[in-house]
Structures are given as C-alpha cells and as structure tokens.
Design a protein around this ligand. Structure first.
Ligand code: PGA
Length: 237
C-alpha cells in the first residue's frame, strides 16, 4: 500500500484526484468504481471542477440500501446523481438495485461487474473497518451479497436521515473478493474517528474482523488520509 498523509479533507480530494488523473493518463481506464458517504465528496468536487473527460467511462458503485428506490434522497443512486453523475458526462452508471429481491439484485450486479471489470475503485472506510458495506466477519472471497448492517454503521449513517426516519437495516454490497479483484484501489479516510480503523487496516493483522485489512494483500492500493486519521499509525510513511 502506498500511503499519502495530507493536511485535511480538501487536500485529500486534491491528492486523490491527482492519483486518478495519473492513472487515466498512464492506462486505458474504462471502469471506475465509486463510493458514497461524506468521505469521497471532496474528490467528487475535484472531478466535477476538472476538465478530465469521463464520457467513455462506465461507473459501478459499491453498494445500496435494500428497500430504497433511486428517487429516495438517502439512496445511494440519489447521492451519486447529486454529487457527480448529473454534473459530469459518463458513458453508463450502475448502482445495485435496492428494490429487487436478494437473488436477482446480487447476481445481476455480479454479472454487471463481470462485463465491466473495475479498473480503479474509490473506497471510504467505516469506523469498524468496513469497506463498501462489508461488515466485520465478511469472508475475504465474497462477491455481491446482502448484509445486515451493524448497529455501529446504522448509528454512523443516521446523520444523513431525517429525524424519526429509520436507517435501513440491510444493504446490497460488492464483496471483499470483488474489491480485491480491481486493478487499483484508492482508499480515503479523514478525521480522528477513523484513526483506529486506519491503524488496524495498515498495521494490524490481516483478518476478516477488519475487512479493509485485506488490502494489505492487494497489489496496487493507494491510501489517502489526513493527519487526524493517521494519528495512531506507528510506522513512518
Ligand atoms: P463516511 O462513510 O464517508 O460517511 O464516513 C464511509 C464508510 O462508512 O464507508
């Protein structure tokens, strides 16, 4: 893993964009894996402001809540449109369909990824070390599947929902195995509340209890973190 420690989230967005641009310049990038949550927002702002041409790029998102349709303001379809997809021209965009039954939704999504192998995957990380919605204990060889969200994740995501509105209890997510198959990963994390997860991901044992620790065995992963998220690291980067 190649680690970049930056001052703050704004700088992180710029650094991540620089890495993305370099990959676009050096390789024939066709498929970009996207993430939701507050973490990738500064990168998406850089992408929107740039003149990089994405019109030949297919996007594939990590996950979606079960039971929210694409017009629901908290759905990840909606988030992606709001922050990126309505602002830049892409060839085609996929997000798991939260309104379909498990078998259909997950097998359809695995087929989409088979047809559009992911060149670069943007990732955030949960405080419990999750990537996508792969909660602790998810097998490292998992493909797209349905997950029951942990209480920690539900509480962390409550802030996006209206008061009195419940966070869905389950989601469809690409698996850890799906993520390990991508060519290049750009993992982003900002803030003190991510410091333990980053320490465990970079310096802890590789264990299914910390899904992001699988990336220690990924051949081409960039990690862009701010000083707060890096504050518990012991090695020099
Ligand atoms: P966040 O979520 O960017 O909103 O902190 C990241 C995640 O849970 O993967």
């Amino acid at each position: 893993m190649e680690v970049f420690i930056v001052k703050d989230e704004q700088e992180g967005g710029k650094k991540a964009f620089e890495l993305l641009e370099k990959e676009f310049n050096d390789k024939d990038i066709q498929v970009l894996g996207l993430a939701t949550g507050s973490t990738p927002e500064s990168l998406y702002r850089e992408m929107v402001a740039s003149d990089l041409d994405f019109s030949d790029i297919v996007t594939v998102n990590l996950d979606e809540y079960v039971g929210l349709d694409e017009n629901h303001p908290q759905s990840y379809h909606y988030f992606m449109n709001e922050h990126l997809l309505s602002k830049k021209d892409f060839k085609e965009s996929f997000v798991p369909d939260g309104m379909k039954e498990e078998e259909e939704a997950t097998s359809e999504y695995d087929e989409i990824i088979r047809q559009h192998p992911i060149d670069i995957q943007i990732l955030g990380i949960g405080q419990n070390g999750h990537i996508g919605f792969n909660e602790p204990g998810t097998p490292f060889d998992s493909t797209t599947h349905k997950v029951t969200l942990t209480q920690n994740t539900i509480e962390a995501n409550q802030r996006f929902f209206e008061e009195g509105e419940e966070v869905p209890k389950s989601a469809y997510t690409m698996g850890v195995g799906t993520i390990m198959d991508v060519d290049t990963v750009i993992l982003l994390a900002y803030g003190d509340h991510k410091a333990d997860a980053i320490k465990a991901t970079l310096e802890g044992p590789v264990t299914e209890e910390v899904p992001a620790s699988a990336l220690q065995n990924h051949p081409h992963t960039y990690v862009v973190i701010d000083q707060a998220a890096a504050s518990k690291l012991e090695k020099d980067y």
